[in-house]
Design a binder for this molecule. Sequence first.
Ligand code: PHE
Length: 456
Amino acid sequence: MAEGRQSIHGQWSSRWVFVLAATGSAVGLGNIWKFPYITGENGGGAFVIVYLLCIALIGVPIMMAEILIGRRGRQSPINTMRTLAVESGRSAHWQLLGWSGVLAGFLILSFYSVIAGWAMSYVARSGSGVFVGLGAEQIDEIFSAFLADPTSLFFWHTLFMLMTMFVVARGVRSGLEQAVRFLMPSLFILLLLLVGYAMSTDAFVTGLEFLFTPDFSKITGNGVLVAMGHAFFTLSLGMGAIMIYGSYLPQSASIAGTTFTIAIADTVVALLAGMAIFPIVFSNGLEPGSGPGLIFQTLPVAFGQMPAGAVFGTLFFILLVFAAWSSAISLIEPAVTWLVENHGMKRLTACLVSGFTTWLLGVGTVFSFNIWSDATLFGKTFFDLLDYLTANIMLPLGGLFIALFAAWIMKRDAVRDELGFKQSVGFRIWYPLVRYVTPVAVVIVFLNAIGAIDLG
Ligand code: PHE
């Protein structure tokens, strides 16, 4: 019976630790690096509203489904999917969902690590006071020169992968629990400080207007898909990261309560990042849609001008690296647990195997910013393709099937029991959401993006 099942990989020491770890997974480069630049590329306010709707109507219900499946199965996502499907009298092929998650994890981590490497190199730069007194143009030159140099991108990517494998090898519980406990609140405080700086610029209101005044003529079908894809990406959904973390969750913890906490924390961090960045963009005459370099071209301007900017800048990038670190480990955990379960590998060996694979794949992303920058497919570089394929296709599809599995394959009573709602009204809201609303919404967004139907 499910109640008796235990994970061989351990268990969080409390519900609170799960919240920290899952928030650590959710809050990362997605919030601070990606959210602002895709908001900039997709015209601002309207995109933000669609994104918030996707978090509430699609992300939150699916996160609950993913956690409950994980806790019920208590194994790597591949084995959990197989076990639960067979238990419900369905095909063992449901394990493919676990496989696609493992693949998505490799693909995402391979570029995630390169970007986290940018943040690491910016720790060193801020620390040595490079940005002090510089204007937006010089800061842009520093960034372009950095991207043009594959050796240094490669160096930082390697270092970040080593850091990630180090923590994963020790098991999620030891190092990371401690780190996340005080790093997340510190990151939050530094973001508030940056918003404070943004208020002092002459474009604070312009920045906020860009972020919060919707102009729906600016959003396209593809923009809606990007917003939905980002809801999955930022909440770490659709690939088994939250499922494996759920498998370490004590039986008594409330899934709905923890989910709300995680989703709210994640959203607040993203919005704060936007509020810090766009005023700087506009007050320096920068382009909001300038792409993945946005925070590296804007925040150093702020650090170059504010008092003690070198100190705050260094601290900020350190915290960004930690936020990325606590996300990175959850990207690889599903693969590592599967190697341990099915191949009897030691955790360390499993880490080396999966870490090496990801590291190698990362080389493609490193080159896509320099020597391969002209090698494109559908107008996208290697990095763009990985990003688009994972966030906008693989994660939403994974999430769709997770919702279908919880709502149509698992027994209603088992699901209800696992969620442990004290009042039945919670279940009465959630169940129809995952059963109908979420799957239909995901499908509509897909169809809309490929232009099969026109929503106007
Ligand atoms: N949620 C992380 C972020 O926003 C990225 C991530 C995606 C982590 C998928 C795990 C799984 O940076």
